[in-house]
Design a binder for this molecule. Structure first.
Ligand SMILES: Cc1cn([C@H]2C[C@H](O)[C@@H](COP(=O)(O)OP(=O)(O)O[C@H]3O[C@H](C)C(=O)[C@H](O)[C@H]3O)O2)c(=O)[nH]c1=O
Length: 181
């Protein structure tokens, strides 16, 4: 497995070692020991999520508030997604900044999203299968989010009118968000 640090401290992309043969391919999609060795990060992963989207669906930008904040390990098992992570750690020098990572099932890459970051993705193909591990359980009372097209975030999603849930359509802008991170 190779890792790539991104511009936002703590956000790490991993590309696993893939074994191919005449039958197809095999790779370890998660190995706690290898993860800790490579990233120096020790996490207790407690929940796996499986998210299926049609092309043009945008989910985000989401997070859970402390004490139920989640780190996530995200990947695409079928299709491609433009994954976006926004730094919402109030004292961070990169507060409000984002990174975009193309998660492609054919590249097998995955992304570690630490606590203190808002997360979202745009499904670029139909039957998009987005899988991710979380370090805390779903706690709906702690759900938070930011508006996907907040001009202050300046995120170029590459689309004008994604398919956004009614809940996501009314998420606040960064200026109206008082970060507890
Ligand atoms: C997240 C979650 C949702 N649900 C239920 C609640 C709703 O009845 C239904 C859909 O939930 P929601 O519309 O919040 O799903 P997404 O819009 O995909 O939310 C996720 O999208 C972005 C990309 C994230 O990073 C978060 O993990 C998460 O917020 O699943 C659960 O039962 N458990 C869960 O962990």
């Amino acid at each position: 497995m190779n890792i790539k640090q991104h511009a936002l401290a703590g956000v790490v992309e991993m590309i696993p070692r893939v074994f191919t043969d005449a039958r197809g391919a095999f790779f370890e999609s998660f190995n706690a020991q290898r993860f800790a060795e490579l990233t120096g990060i020790e996490e207790n992963w407690v929940q796996d999520n499986h998210s299926i989207s049609t092309k043009g669906v945008l989910r985000g930008l989401h997070f859970q508030l402390p004490p139920h904040a989640q780190a996530k390990l995200v990947r695409v098992a079928f299709g491609r997604s433009l994954d976006v992570v926004v730094d919402i750690r109030r004292d961070s020098p990169t507060y409000g900044q984002h990174v975009k990572v193309m998660l492609d099932a054919e590249n097998y890459n995955m992304l570690y999203v630490p606590r203190g970051f808002a997360h979202g993705f745009l499904a670029l193909e139909d039957n998009n299968v987005f899988l991710y591990k979380c370090t805390d359980y779903y706690h709906p009372e702690s759900e938070g989010g930011l508006c996907w097209n907040d001009p202050a975030l300046n995120i170029d999603w590459g689309v004008e009118n994604p398919n956004v849930s009614p809940k996501d359509a009314v998420l606040p802008r960064l200026a109206d968000f008082n970060s507890p991170f």
